[in-house]
Each structure stands twice: as structure tokens, then as C-alpha cells.
Design a protein around this ligand. Structure first.
Ligand code: SF4
Length: 251
């Protein structure tokens, strides 16, 4: 979206990226953001919570409720509510953006429903969704970035990006994590162990591993492309959430 806006002569004052940080962000995302900064010549401001980190949320204890003796751990798989999204993305972005601003969010035309979220309607700013207005789909964004040699390699594996261990992500995304990011998978295993309850509702990391290993054994021919292949950046959104990690602010 950023590149398309610049091509159309739409002035961009700031580009914000909400960094969920260590223990949640893909390292490759930082490299990709640097590439975009170099290409556009626009510095991308990294926004972080002053109070929270993924680690402090995960290993912290709730201050009230019947689960006060258990660490918070992973978010629930049901519903779109997620304190990681609220505390690490939405709140820091809203604080950095201020108010009475024009904010542009890269929701594609084929997911326009996300732009009708009440958070945008009741926000302190004016939210715009140019890709929706221009009728540009996710696939068209990917093709556009490929043409420009600016494809985000993470999109070789994932349709949507967020915390690498997000329990809300689709099974295919978890499969990709298991096969291509073994170190991150080990971190996920350790987090489940520390949490002391299943990663997902009635499903453990071990269950997933068994499933993926069975699939790999029965479909040896299905070798998924390696990470080093060229890979996009439409908007960097959560696996499950409606809020975005990257925003542009224009006057
Ligand atoms: S990726 Fe998942 S865990 Fe991370 S903020 Fe989004 S919904 Fe929450």
C-alpha cells in the first residue's frame, strides 16, 4: 500500500510499525522493514509498548479473576480478543498516532469486511483503506511486490503474519512453522511447557507434531519451498485480529 500511495503522489508523513518484540516477532520482519526503508527513503518508526513485552504478558499473572494463580500464557483460540494485540499493537499505535490524523491501513479489497470494524469507526482519527477504495486484492499486492523484487520472504510460508506462536493461526501456518522454523517451534514447545496447559483448546504442540510428522511421512514428495526463496508485505496484520501493525499517517 505504501508504495502504491507514493506512486499516486499521496503524501506520507509517518510510517509506524508496532513491534511485538523478542519472543514473538519473526526476525525476518526487521530485515524486510529495512529493505522498505531503503527502497522508499522513508524511515519507518518502530512503536513498542512502554509497559508490556510479549514475555511479560505471557509469564505474568492476571490481577483478577479465577485464574490468578496461572500465568496468562497464550491467548484463547476462540473469539478475536487478544491482550497481546491490545497491549502490544493497538495501544502503542494509538498513542504514537495521536488524534485528528488521517491514518491509512493496508486492508485489501478482498478482505474489506475488516475495514468496517467498530474500532475504526469510533477512533480518534480518520481511517482510510486505499486498497479497498482502489479494488486491489491481496493477490494483486503480492504480484505487485514480486514485480518490484520487494516480496517479503515470510509470505512464502504464511498468508498473514503476527506473533509466530499465535494459537489462532491456521493449521497450515503452524505446519510451515514446524517445518521451516524449527528453533521457533522449540520456543513454542517450551512456552507450552511453561504455561502448563495445552497450546490450543484440547490440542497440544505434541499433537500437532505427530500430525505433521504423519503427513510428512505419507507425502514425502510434498517438500515445501525453502525460506531462501523470494518471497510481501501488504499490511502486516495479526493472524486473527482486526487491528494492524503497520500504519501510515498523512495529514
Ligand atoms: S498474532 Fe495472535 S497472539 Fe499475536 S497479537 Fe495477533 S491474535 Fe494476538
Amino acid at each position: 500500500m505504501l508504495l502504491m500511495m507514493l506512486e499516486r503522489g499521496i503524501p506520507v508523513d509517518r510510517v509506524l510499525f508496532a513491534d511485538v518484540g523478542e519472543m514473538a516477532e519473526f526476525e525476518q520482519m526487521y530485515e524486510y522493514i529495512s529493505r522498505i526503508e531503503i527502497y522508499t527513503g522513508i524511515p519507518i518508526e518502530t512503536v513498542r509498548s512502554e509497559r508490556w513485552t510479549a514475555r511479560s504478558i505471557f509469564y505474568g499473572y492476571p490481577s483478577r479473576g479465577k485464574y490468578m494463580d496461572d500465568i496468562r500464557g497464550f491467548p484463547l483460540t476462540i473469539g478475536s480478543a487478544c491482550r497481546y494485540r491490545t497491549w502490544l499493537k493497538v495501544e502503542p499505535l494509538e498513542a504514537a498516532a495521536g488524534q485528528d490524523q488521517d491514518i491509512y491501513i493496508g486492508i485489501a479489497a478482498d478482505e474489506a469486511g475488516r475495514s468496517r470494524c467498530k474500532e475504526y469507526a469510533k477512533g480518534k482519527n480518520r481511517y482510510h483503506f486505499p486498497l479497498v477504495d482502489w479494488g486491489i486484492t491481496e493477490q494483486q499486492c503480492l504480484d505487485y511486490l514480486r514485480e518490484k523484487q520487494l516480496f517479503n520472504p515470510l509470505y512464502v510460508h504464511f498468508k498473514r503474519l503476527g506473533c509466530f506462536w499465535c494459537p489462532k493461526q491456521p493449521i497450515d501456518s503452524l505446519r510451515q512453522l514446524y517445518i521451516h522454523f524449527p528453533e521457533l517451534w522449540d520456543t513454542l514447545r517450551q512456552m507450552e511447557k511453561d504455561q502448563g496447559r495445552p497450546f490450543q483448546y484440547k490440542r497440544t504442540v505434541e499433537d500437532l507434531q505427530l500430525r505433521f510428522n504423519r503427513e510428512l511421512a505419507s507425502k514425502q514428495e510434498q517438500i515445501i519451498p525453502t525460506f531462501t526463496q523470494i518471497g510481501s508485505f501488504s499490511d502486516q496484520t495479526c493472524f486473527a485480529c482486526v487491528g494492524n501493525d503497520s500504519r501510515l499517517i498523512t495529514r
